[in-house]
Write a protein that binds this ligand. Structure first.
Ligand SMILES: [Zn+2]
Length: 117
């Protein structure tokens, strides 16, 4: 039986349900990997495990609130859009649009604005 620490949980990065799993790499070092967004977080020191143990239930609560509380969801979406705008202002766009299959980071941000949560 798989220990509960290795069971998939809500992704901290994309908030997809049951897609983030704690795994061990070839050298038996722990990392988090998401099957939905492709995020990988390498936990290089034992101190990094504290968040994995403690934060996951809070992420589940936040995800639940996003789907049951429209005002909360809208507020969080605005925080997310602000975050992405600030990131966009800080990063260097790829030199050629082909790098992102024709979409630039600005295109990706504009597409997100049109999505309904
Ligand atoms: Zn994810």
């Amino acid at each position: 039986m798989t220990p509960t620490i290795f069971l998939p949980r809500t992704c901290w990065f994309c908030l997809a349900l049951g897609t983030l799993a704690l795994r061990l790499d070839r050298k038996s070092k722990p990392y988090l990997g998401c099957a939905a967004c492709g995020a990988h977080a390498f936990l290089r020191t034992p101190a990094a495990l504290a968040g994995v143990a403690i934060v996951s239930p809070t992420v589940e609560q936040i995800r639940a609130a996003l789907s049951t509380n429209p005002a909360f969801a809208m507020q969080q979406q605005e925080i997310f859009m602000t975050f992405k705008r600030e990131l966009l202002a800080a990063i260097q766009p790829p030199p050629e649009s082909a790098v992102t299959n024709g979409a630039t980071y600005r295109d990706l941000l504009a597409n997100d604005k049109r999505k309904v949560v």
